[in-house]
Design a protein around this ligand. Structure first.
Ligand code: IVH
Length: 673
C-alpha cells in the first residue's frame, strides 16, 4: 500500500501538472470533475494525516504567465467552497446563521455559477483603466487591451468616483462557441474543448486583435469599493448598481429570505441549467447583507459568506472498451463506444455515440484509451475525445467495418456524405428499428414495444412489418417467453388504441425519408386522410407551407411503392383510421399549466394568434408578468414595464425568434441576457 506521504506527493504532482494545463495553457488534460476528485482526495488526506502538510491544494489558480505583465490584486480574488447536494447546502447555511445572530434570519442571493473565467476590472473616476485575470488569486495578468473589445463591457461608469473593481466572469455564449469552433474547423485550426477554454484562449491572446474577433461577454457579480465611495448595504443593491451602470447581471438572480426558498432556487438553476445562453455548472449562494459578510470573513481560499452548489458533472473520464456499429431503421451505421460504466450527470453511462466515421477519425479515439464522456441534459451521451498520455502504448486507429454486423451485407458510405449505410433492405436490424420507431413515443406511442420485444416478435415470425402489429394474435403473444396473459393483453390494448391515432402520428411512424413531425402535421392537416394524400399530385403536396420539393418528392414516391400500398391497405383493413381529426387537438401539449407572457410583436403572429398558439399547447398567456410566469417572449417594441418586471422577478426572457422552439418543445435553448 502507498503511504499517505507518497500518495500526497503523487497527488500534488498530478494536480500541479493539471493546473498548469488548465490555468496556464487553457488546455485541460482531464475533465473538471476528475480534477476536482484529485483535489478533494488530497484535501481529505491532508486533513486525516496532518504530518503530510498542506500545500498545493490551497491554490486557486496558476501563477501568472510571462506573456502578460503581472498585476497585484488590491484585494485577493478568492475562489468558492463547494457543496454537492441540498443537505450540504442547508448545513452550510445553518453554520453561517449560527455564527451570526441566530435570532435574525439571513437573506441569501442565489445566482448562476457561470463556467467562464474570473476577471477583475478597475475603474478610476468612472473610467476603465485595467483588466486583470485571477492568476493565483493574489497576482493576475494584465489583459487590459484584450478586454477593451468585449462589447457588453461599459467603458465608463456614470457618476462613479474613486477606484472601483468590478469582478465577474468572462464567457463565450454557447452559440458563439459553436460558431467559433466552426470557423476554427474551416480554417483547419485547433478546436476548443468547451466554451470555458475557448473564452480563456480568446482572452489570453498576445494579439488583442485576435481577442477582438472573439465574441466574449462579461457578467458582473461583485464590486470592490476600494475608496468606500459608495454606501451599499446589500449584495442585491450592489447588483442593481452594477446593472444601472450597464453591466450584464444574471437576470435569474433572486433574493430569498428563508433557507428553504434559497435551496429551492438553487434547484431551479439545476433544473434549468441547459436553458441558459451560456454554460453554468452550479448555483452560487451569497449572504445578502454586506455587514454580515464582513463579520463572517474569509479563509485564505474562499469567503465564508458564499458557497457554490455544484451540479453533477456532465463530463467524466472512463475506459473505452471497444467501438461497435449499430444499424438504424434507415440502414445508417452509427459507430458507438462501449465503455466501462461511469456516472455522468447523475446517470450510468456504458455506451456513447461516436456519430460517424469522420468523427471517430477527428477524435482519434481507440479501444483501450481513457476517454472523456459527456452527457448534457436530454442529449444522448457522446465521447468527446481521448486523454492521451505521451509515450503510453495505444491500439491502432479504428477502421470502419466493410460489412454490416447484423446481416453481413455491404456497408457503403454515400458520396459526399459522412454517413455509412447497410445497403441490404432486408437487414433484420433495419426491420426491427422501423417497428420500434413506429411504436416510439414520437410516433404511435405503443407502450411495451421496445427493441427487445420487437426482436422477439420478429424472431418468432409473429410480425414482419408495422402493419402486422394490428393483426397480432394476443394468445400467441401470451405464450412467448417473458410475456404472460397480462402483458400480452396490455400490449393488445395499446395497439388497439393506436388504431385511432391521428394520421400525423402514423406519417411520423412510417419513417418516410425527410418527413419529421412538422411536415407530417402539415400534410395530415391539409389532406385529412391517407387516401387523399396518396392520390394527390406532386404539385399539390409541394404547394404546402413548409413542404419543400425534397419532402414532397419523398412522400409522393413513398405512396406509389408497391410495398407501401400493400402496407397501408393492410392497416386500413385491420381498422386503422388513417384520418386526421379536425382542430388543433393534435398539437403537442408542451405548455400545460405554464404562463407565457408575450410582449411586443412576434413576427408571423398577430397578438391574438400568439396567445392562441400558447393556449393550443395547454398554456395560458396572461397580460402581466408575475413570479409565477414561466417565461416572457420579447418581440419587437416590447413593453418596458413587462421587461422590467420580468427582470426583477427573475423570470426568463426569450427572443421572439425562439417562439417556435418554445411552442414545439416547451423550452428554449437561449435566454436574452
Ligand atoms: S463569487 C469571493 N459568483 O466561480 C467570491 N463566482 O469556483 C468570488 N463564478 O472564482 C466569486 N459564477 O470565477 C462568484 N455568480 C458567481 C460566479 C462565480 C462563476 C466563478 C468565479 C469563481 C469561481 C469559483
Amino acid at each position: 500500500m502507498t503511504s499517505p506521504a507518497s500518495r500526497a506527493a503523487q497527488l500534488r504532482k498530478e494536480i500541479a501538472r493539471h493546473s498548469l494545463a488548465y490555468f496556464a495553457h487553457d488546455d485541460p488534460l482531464i475533465p473538471d470533475a476528475d480534477y476536482d476528485a484529485l483535489v478533494s482526495e488530497l484535501r481529505e488526506l491532508e486533513r486525516r494525516h496532518p504530518e503530510v502538510g498542506t500545500s498545493e491544494s490551497t491554490r486557486v489558480g496558476a501563477p501568472a504567465s510571462t506573456v502578460f505583465s503581472p498585476v497585484r490584486h488590491a484585494e485577493a480574488m478568492l475562489s468558492l467552497d463547494n457543496v454537492f447536494d441540498v443537505d450540504e447546502l442547508r448545513a452550510w447555511s445553518e453554520r453561517v446563521q449560527r455564527s451570526l445572530d441566530p435570532a435574525s434570519p439571513l437573506a441569501f442571493v442565489v445566482e448562476p455559477k457561470i463556467d467562464g473565467l474570473a476577471l477583475s476590472i478597475t475603474y478610476r473616476e468612472g473610467i476603465l483603466v485595467q483588466g486583470a485575470t485571477r492568476g493565483d488569486g493574489r497576482v493576475g495578468e494584465d489583459v487590459t487591451e484584450n478586454i477593451r473589445t468585449i462589447s457588453n463591457l461599459p467603458q465608463r461608469l456614470s457618476g462613479a468616483t474613486g477606484t472601483l473593481e468590478i469582478r465577474g466572469e468572462v464567457f463565450l455564449a454557447k452559440a458563439d462557441f459553436e460558431r467559433l469552433n466552426d470557423s476554427q474547423r474551416a480554417a483547419g485550426g485547433k478546436l476548443f474543448a468547451n466554451p470555458r477554454n475557448a473564452a480563456a484562449g480568446s482572452l489570453r491572446q498576445k494579439d488583442p486583435a485576435v481577442s477582438a474577433s472573439r465574441p466574449l461577454s462579461f457578467l458582473a457579480y461583485q464590486l470592490v469599493d476600494l475608496d468606500a465611495s459608495l454606501s451599499l448595504r446589500t449584495h442585491h443593491e450592489t447588483l442593481e448598481r452594477l446593472r444601472s451602470w450597464g453591466f450584464l447581471v444574471a437576470p435569474e438572480t433572486r433574493v430569498e429570505d428563508d433557507v428553504s426558498h434559497m435551496v429551492a432556487r438553487s434547484t431551479w438553476f439545476e433544473q434549468h441549467r441547459h436553458d441558459f445562453a451560456y454554460e453554468i455548472d452550479g448555483a452560487v449562494v451569497k449572504v445578502d447583507d454586506l455587514a454580515s459578510r464582513a463579520s463572517l470573513g474569509s479563509t485564505s481560499r474562499a469567503p465564508r459568506w458564499a458557497i457554490a452548489r455544484k451540479f453533477p458533472p456532465e463530463e467524466r473520464s472512463t475506459r473505452l472498451v471497444s467501438i461497435e456499429v449499430s444499424i438504424g431503421r434507415t440502414g445508417r451505421a452509427t459507430p458507438y463506444a462501449v465503455l466501462e460504466p461511469v456516472l455522468v450527470a447523475g446517470s450510468r453511462v456504458a455506451m456513447a455515440t461516436l456519430h460517424n466515421e469522420d468523427q471517430v477519425r477527428e477524435k482519434d479515439v481507440r479501444p483501450g484509451d481513457l476517454v472523456v464522456v459527456r452527457k448534457a441534459g436530454d442529449v444522448i451521451p457522446e465521447v468527446v475525445g481521448a486523454i492521451v498520455t505521451e509515450g503510453a502504448p495505444r491500439a491502432e486507429p479504428w477502421r470502419f467495418p466493410d460489412t454490416c454486423p447484423e446481416c453481413g451485407g455491404d456497408l457503403r458510405r454515400r458520396e459526399g456524405e459522412s454517413d455509412t449505410y447497410c445497403v441490404n433492405a432486408a437487414c433484420p436490424a433495419q426491420q426491427m428499428q422501423k417497428i420500434v420507431h413506429f411504436a416510439s413515443r414520437g410516433a404511435l406511442d405503443i407502450e411495451g414495444l421496445g427493441e427487445q420485444r420487437v426482436t422477439q416478435l420478429l424472431g418468432e415470425g409473429l410480425i414482419a412489418d408495422v402493419a402486422d402489429l394490428f393483426r397480432l394474435d394476443a394468445r400467441a403473444v401470451a405464450q412467448l417467453e417473458g410475456f404472460g396473459e397480462l402483458s400480452a393483453s396490455a400490449l393488445a390494448t395499446a395497439i388497439d388504441a393506436a388504431k385511432s391515432a391521428p394520421l400525423s402520428r402514423i406519417l411520423v411512424g412510417l419513417g418516410i425519408r425527410h418527413v419529421g413531425p412538422v411536415a407530417a402535421r402539415e400534410l395530415a392537416r391539409h389532406f385529412r386522410t391517407y387516401d387523399a394524400l396518396a392520390g394527390a399530385p406532386l404539385e399539390e403536396i409541394e404547394s404546402l407551407e413548409g413542404i419543400g420539393p425534397i419532402i414532397a418528392q419523398s412522400v409522393y414516391e413513398y405512396a406509389r411503392e408497391d410495398e407501401s400500398r400493400e402496407r397501408m391497405a393492410r392497416m386500413a383493413a385491420a381498422g386503422v383510421a388513417l384520418v386526421e381529426p379536425e382542430g388543433d387537438d393534435t398539437l403537442a401539449a408542451t405548455l400545460v399549466g405554464r404562463a407565457v407572457v408575450v410582449t411586443g410583436t412576434v413576427p408571423g403572429y398577430s397578438r391574438d394568434a400568439a396567445v392562441a398558439a400558447v393556449q393550443a399547447r395547454g398554456g395560458t398567456s396572461p397580460g402581466s408578468v408575475s413570479a409565477k410566469t414561466y417565461c416572457v417572449v420579447v418581440g419587437d417594441a416590447p413593453g418596458a414595464a413587462k421587461v422590467d418586471k420580468a427582470r426583477a422577478a427573475g423570470v426568463p426572457m426569450i427572443a421572439a425568434s425562439a417562439f417556435e422552439e418554445l411552442l414545439a418543445t416547451g423550452t428554449w435553448s437561449a435566454t436574452l441576457g
